[in-house]
Design a protein around this ligand. Structure first.
Ligand code: SF4
Length: 467
């Protein structure tokens, strides 16, 4: 690996938290080589676009960005431009880049980002684009790769890569490959090191976190991992995302219910409320099984809050199917929901079906609006029900929208704003808060006592990566 002096990098990250974590790993390798973070594209000697393939709009955004960088590359030919991430795993992207963006120097994928120093070395010796994308991750997982964490409050930790579920609308199993779990000892070592650094909150990441461990020998599961992390001194809160509603065992619910540290927010992507649509989506559960899981979770976890993802306008979705989705939303009363209109993704089974995208756009829009209207009403009511209650809030920093308040989150994932007091820095502190008011998307409250525990030893949010 060649060391560098005085060169600067910038990483643009699109998409999910897995991608953000990948960008942290790229940044760590670059800083080990001697790169420093650039404040702007103009200053950067290396720009990496870490792409997302989950929606067509994210892909268009990435292609547009690559196109716009052509001018900069022409003005500064020594600058290296790289494209990485999920889109790089798709053959269509490589073909597009070769045809429309020959100014790109390097393309690499999700499975070989730990080889970034070598790839940069090789790209610098070539006159044309270097494309190195692995179809799969191979047999072993890359451990001990340096990383530069972006967030000074919450540390993201990968526990499982890839997905075996093959939902018919989703590209992830093709871009991220089959499920591969990290050894529990490696994860715990990382969490212990994070606690020593001063992190008090960790977020376990995976496309499908409750599949964790089924591929290890001996087999372990997410409940085992969460139980073990409960014992790590210094870590106060543990979150995990994203679980799949199918593999949620009673034992996992019991472990969460008994824990002082594990998040009480269950994000359970419903996607649709009608069995024929769930079957077409290959979600591997029925509405009845999903409802039974909600009941089991309510019984096992005090103060549990539910959030979800829902797609409207999936091929074949009738008005009656959609009504069943609304019915489940009314019945479960999710605290919040991410809602999407279906659009076909190239490379997925659903995109190859006859008719491809048969629900007309105006119908999709109408369903989305009705769903959002219902969900907003429920979210507001759920939040209003918390007025007068007390909760612990981890303050993440000054609100981006209003610098007179701190913004943080409760253990159930609620955004909570509290007034700033001059001269006191609450960033990264756990504070007791009395909830005074509620809106659809957040709660407001007042601090009722001293922060709990010692301040962390960390510097705060590190603005290294742009998204
Ligand atoms: S569970 Fe389904 S939606 Fe989620 S990553 Fe896997 S294939 Fe995609």
């Amino acid at each position: 690996m060649r060391g560098v002096v005085g060169v600067q990098y910038l990483i643009h990250t699109l998409g999910c938290q897995m991608n953000e974590r990948d960008s942290e790993i790229m940044a760590g390798q670059l800083e080990t080589m001697g790169y420093t973070a650039a404040a702007s594209e103009e200053q950067a000697d290396l720009i990496i676009i870490n792409t997302c393939a989950v929606r067509a709009s994210a892909e268009d955004h990435a292609f547009g960005h690559v196109g716009r960088l052509k001018q900069l590359k022409e003005a500064k030919p020594s600058m290296t431009l790289a494209v990485a991430g999920c889109m790089a795993q798709e053959p269509g992207t490589i073909a597009w880049l070769k045809k429309h963006a020959p100014h790109v120097d390097l393309v690499f994928g999700t499975h070989n980002l730990h080889q970034l120093p070598r790839l940069l070395d090789e790209a610098s010796e070539r006159d044309e684009m270097l494309v190195e994308v692995w179809k799969s991750a191979g047999d072993s997982l890359a451990e001990h790769v340096p990383s530069r964490r972006r967030d000074g409050v919450r540390a993201h930790v990968n526990i499982i890569y890839g997905c075996d579920k093959f939902c018919t609308y989703c590209i992830v199993p093709f871009t991220r490959g089959r499920e591969r779990s990290r050894a529990m000892t490696d994860i715990l070592r990382e969490v212990q090191a994070l606690a020593r650094e001063g992190y008090q909150e960790v977020m376990f990441l995976g496309q499908n976190v409750n599949s964790y461990g089924h591929d290890l020998d001996p087999k372990v599961d997410l409940a085992d991992l969460l139980e073990a992390v409960e014992e790590v001194d210094g870590i106060r809160w543990v979150h995990y995302m994203t679980p799949h509603p199918r593999d949620f065992s009673d034992r996992l619910l019991e472990v969460i219910g008994a824990s002082q540290k594990i998040s009480r927010q269950l994000h359970l992507p419903l996607q649709a409320g009608s069995n024929p649509i769930l079957r077409r989506m290959n979600r591997k559960y029925t509405r009845e099984q999903y409802m039974a899981l909600i009941d089991r979770a309510r019984a096992a976890i005090a103060d549990v809050s539910f959030t979800t993802d829902i797609i409207v306008g999936f091929p074949g979705e009738t008005e009656q199917d959609f009504e069943q989705t609304l019915e489940m939303v009314r019945e479960i009363r999710f605290d919040s929901a991410f809602t999407f209109m279906y659009s076909p993704r190239e490379g997925t089974p659903a995109a190859r079906w006859e008719g491809r995208d048969p629900v007309p756009n105006p119908v999709k829009k109408d369903r989305l609006n009705r769903l959002m209207e219902l969900q907003y009403e429920i979210s507001l009511e759920a939040n209003q029900g918390l007025i007068g209650k007390s909760m612990v809030v981890l303050v993440e920093g000054v609100s981006k929208k209003n610098d007179s308040v701190w913004a943080g989150r409760s253990q159930t994932g609620k955004v909570v704003l509290v007034d700033r007091v001059p001269g006191i820095d609450l960033t990264d502190r756990f504070v007791p808060v009395h909830i005074d008011a509620a809106k659809t998307f957040y709660l407001s409250g007042s601090v009722t006592g001293d922060p709990l525990g010692a301040p962390s030893a960390l510097g705060h949010a590190l603005p290294l990566l742009q998204s």
